[in-house]
Design a protein around this ligand. Structure first.
Ligand code: SF4
Ligand code: SF4
Length: 374
């Protein structure tokens, strides 16, 4: 059955950055957020095998599946290439996901983070596309697609080869539209031209576009003082034709409230707001900040236990305010307490191989050592 676009909500609840205390998901708060989201008439929950080290799926079971009718919501989940070695791993992981979620089917199932090289090769080598079609026939998956972090060339190649794909999830936000590495604008054009429904991830760039520096905030405020920074980012994406659902990884009740307000009283960006966004992008490009989205894919496998995304926040602060190293050095000290320092990086390259933003992490660690450990 084709995706019924009329039933798809514009805002999806991304379960990748749930509220935590001491690394434990606060289920009571997640329950409240789930209820508020459903009460607003929205119903799309996005998770993955790896989010919160597997605990995001169980949080969905506790906060959603056990407390609401299965027909009232949709779950999206993903198969991780990097956790599979042989074909039998596909079913092993899928069955584990069903158990963690407490459900017997998944509405939207994706091959996770398809990109040039390792991940795509693994999905082809383990025949995951045909496997997905079989799962659909069995009724275990309702719709089959992939999330994508590769080049426009590969996207075209995969779509030509796999017309069975029903939807694609891409990273898209105003800061990455012309980003030469992410190439969001080009990916968007390809999917739009092919009429393939799009799910958008990172519309707020991992929170970056909701925690802008004061000078950027002033530009947006001058265009519209009543809208939040996140609202600008979400409305930029939601104003594009062909976008089916926009995921926002909400971590607090306040973020949920702000996002619900944006979508229930939706107003596309007007000309003044568009110009303000363009100005912010231009200034950001001039600053040359590290484009980390805090997804944390790099963290688990780091043999030196380096808190890479937090360290990059410190590096960005010192790049922004080169004359003031007091605050970033303090912050750096805090985030390296009980964890590895940049100088302990052994340049193994594990992080770089999984980073969806294709950041040159080991050489950035050298810059951190110079600027924050001296
Ligand atoms: S290259 Fe450095 S930061 Fe990256 S995983 Fe290896 S030790 Fe960790
Ligand atoms: S460095 Fe890359 S993989 Fe690590 S958190 Fe940032 S964006 Fe994600």
């Amino acid at each position: 059955m084709a995706i019924d676009l009329t039933k798809m909500p514009k805002l999806g609840f991304g379960m990748m950055r749930l509220p935590c205390e001491n690394d434990v998901i606060q289920i009571d708060r997640v329950c409240e957020m789930v209820d508020a989201y459903l009460e607003a008439g929205l119903n799309y929950f996005d998770t993955a095998y790896v989010y919160h080290g597997g605990k995001s799926e169980t949080a969905i079971r506790e906060a959603l599946v056990k407390r609401h009718n299965r027909s009232d919501y949709m779950i999206a989940d993903k198969l991780p290439a990097w956790s599979m070695k042989v074909e039998a791993d596909r079913d092993k992981i899928f069955n584990e996901q069903l158990e963690r979620l407490g459900t017997d089917y998944i509405d939207f199932y994706l091959l996770h983070s398809l990109e040039d090289g390792n991940n795509y090769d693994t999905y082809e080598r383990l025949d995951c596309f045909n496997w997905g079609i079989e799962k659909k026939k069995e009724g275990k998956i309702k719709h089959f697609g992939f999330s994508y972090h590769g080049t426009p060339e590969l996207l075209n190649e995969v779509l030509d080869k796999h017309p069975e794909i029903e939807f694609v999830q891409i990273q898209l936000n105003y800061a990455d539209w012309n980003n030469p590495v992410v190439q969001s604008g080009k990916l968007y054009e390809i999917l739009h031209e092919r009429n393939i429904p799009m799910i958008i991830m990172e519309p707020v760039k991992g929170g970056r576009l909701a925690s802008l520096e004061p000078e950027f905030d002033a530009i947006l405020k001058a265009a519209n003082p009543d809208k939040s920074q996140a609202s600008f980012a979400l409305r930029f994406v939601a104003s594009l034709p062909g976008v089916m659902t926009i995921l926002s990884g909400m971590s607090s009740e306040d973020q949920m409230k702000d996002n619900l307000n944006t979508f229930t009283n939706f107003e596309p960006l007007n000309q003044t707001e568009k110009e303000a966004v363009d100005k912010v992008v231009q200034k950001m490009t001039d600053l040359d900040l590290v484009e980390c989205t805090s997804c944390r894919y790099c963290c688990d496998g780091c043999p030196s236990n380096i808190n890479i995304p937090e360290i990059f926040k410190a590096l960005n602060t010192i790049r922004l305010y080169p004359g003031d190293d007091f605050r970033p050095k303090n912050f750096y000290q805090k985030v390296t307490e009980g964890a590895g320092k940049a100088s302990e990086c052994i340049s193994c390259g594990q992080c770089e191989s999984v980073c969806p933003q294709h950041l040159a992490i080991p050489s950035l660690m050298d810059e951190v050592v110079q600027k924050l450990e001296s």
